[in-house]
Design a protein around this ligand. Structure first.
Ligand code: EPZ
Length: 420
């Protein structure tokens, strides 16, 4: 990437990765063909397709339309090779218990952003009657009958809320999830499950009530994925960092409240219209403090990108990361590009410098990788970012979209991950 070009123009926002993956898992709760519309063509969605195929589903893509025929999905085992590639594979646990009363899922290990336990998933499902044992790296789950219960999560975990929700829709009786996650992706999943015939109240609030079907599977439907607020936020920050002006086509401002407010505090102009969100910045950003929290707080998935913007701000900002303990790891990469960031536990002090300078850099995970790309776009000179396969997990054709906006980007080797 050759830095210093303003990003200008319109960019279409893809369907949300973190919703599409769960909608795909929910296809296991129906016997017919579920269609996920506006599904992003990214590596993680391909991996989830492989997970579903390993369980006996048939997958067909037409453009961004993904059809999942789960009528023959008799399998209950998810291999290590797939879970290792993508931890979110664990989200088939709830649907498998609902459908087959058993599951054998490879245990996800830690990853580059933290140790990432699944104790809350297991405790919730245990309360509903599931039992778990461990066998050579596999989690072996059995639930001859799932029953509704009150489940109070210690932390509003996105994945635990989703696993419990998908088990509860087919359980007997009423499940109440207290301290539930409130992310738009949870609302999207609950919306699709409701279209499938489930009875769910309160999705998007801290208490979700689910009236189970008593063991009956649901109806297959066609559902359009909610727009990706994290991809939209990434392009919003990139527009600001390059003093550009970009229309985020299809982005939903109500899902980015705090992010847009922080960008405005830093000096951005934001207009919300029928086509999406238009955002631009003319001058060096002002310093802004921010704290990551579960939704509706500032998303941890935009923390690295925001740090890049603030690394060239006038003044000193403080960022606090409350969700994943290792998400500051990429700071060393950014400091190699001339940023002045010091971390202390889950706080980072970002002293704004005039300009970043190009240096060879690595993508450390999906979002840190996207942040490194933004740093390269804003830096002097030519930056080579390696390990872009991390970014391909979550961003569809990032270099194509950046080129559309006027960036100077070249991709070595295959321009896109292998998609079927
Ligand atoms: C989802 O991960 C997203 N992934 C993440 O997106 C996102 O960063 C995260 O939610 C927070 O918004 C998907 O949706 C596929 P959590 P998830 O359970 O569900 C702790 C990206 O880049 N915890 O809400 O795994 C956990 O360790 C990614 O797109 C437990 O302690 O997040 C973490 O500190 C990465 N025990 C915190 O809770 C548990 O049983 C939040 O995790 C579960 C979680």
């Amino acid at each position: 990437m050759t830095g210093g070009r303003r990003l200008e123009g319109a960019v279409p926002i893809a369907g949300a990765k973190n919703s599409a993956l769960k909608l795909m898992a929910a296809a296991l709760l129906a016997e017919g063909t579920t269609v996920v519309e506006h599904a992003p063509r990214i590596a993680d969605v391909s991996t989830m397709a492989e997970v579903l195929e390993a369980l006996g589903s048939r997958i067909a893509w037409v453009d961004h339309r993904l059809a999942i025929d789960a009528s023959q999905a008799g399998g209950h085992e998810t291999p290590y090779e797939l879970v290792r590639r993508m931890r979110a594979s664990i989200v088939v646990l709830g649907p498998l218990l609902a459908r087959h009363g058993r599951a054998r899922v490879a245990m996800p290990g830690g990853c580059n952003i933290g140790s990432r336990k699944i104790d809350l998933h297991l405790r919730g499902l245990e309360r509903m009657g599931a039992s778990f044992s461990f066998d050579h790296g596999y989690l072996v789950a059995a639930a001859p009958a799932l029953r509704g219960e009150v489940i109070s999560l210690d932390f509003p975990s996105v994945g635990a809320t989703e696993n419990v929700l998908m088990a509860a829709v087919c359980a007997s009786g009423t499940t109440v999830v207290e301290n539930a996650a409130r992310e738009p992706e949870i609302v999207d999943l609950a919306g699709m499950l409701t279209e499938m015939g489930a009875k769910i109240d309160g999705a998007g609030t801290t208490t979700i009530e689910i009236h189970g079907s008593g063991g009956r599977l649901l109806e297959a439907v066609s559902h359009r994925v909610v727009p990706d607020r994290i991809e939209a936020g990434t392009f919003a920050v990139a527009a600001c960092a390059t003093r550009g002006d970009v229309l985020l086509e299809g982005a939903r401002a109500e899902h980015l409240d705090l992010v847009l407010a922080k960008l405005v505090e830093a000096g951005a102009r934001v207009e919300v219209g029928d086509r999406g969100i238009r955002i631009g910045m003319d001058d060096r950003p002002a310093a802004v403090d921010f704290v990551t929290l579960p939704y509706p707080g500032f998303p941890t998935d935009l923390q690295p990108q925001m740090m890049v913007l603030l690394s060239v701000a006038r003044g000193t900002s403080i960022a606090t990361e409350n969700v994943f303990e290792s998400r500051f790891m990429f700071v060393d990469e950014l400091n190699r590009m001339g940023a002045d960031i010091r971390t202390e536990g889950h706080h980072a002090v970002i002293r704004g410098v005039e300009r970043l300078s190009s240096a060879p850099a690595r993508a450390l995970d999906i979002r840190a990788g996207a942040a490194t790309v933004i740093a390269a776009l804003a830096a002097d000179g030519v930056t080579e970012v390696s390990d872009m396969h991390f970014v391909d997990r979550g961003y569809e054709d990032l270099e194509g979209k950046l080129t559309l906006l006027g960036a100077e980007v070249e991709r070595e080797r295959a321009p896109r991950p292998a998609l079927r």
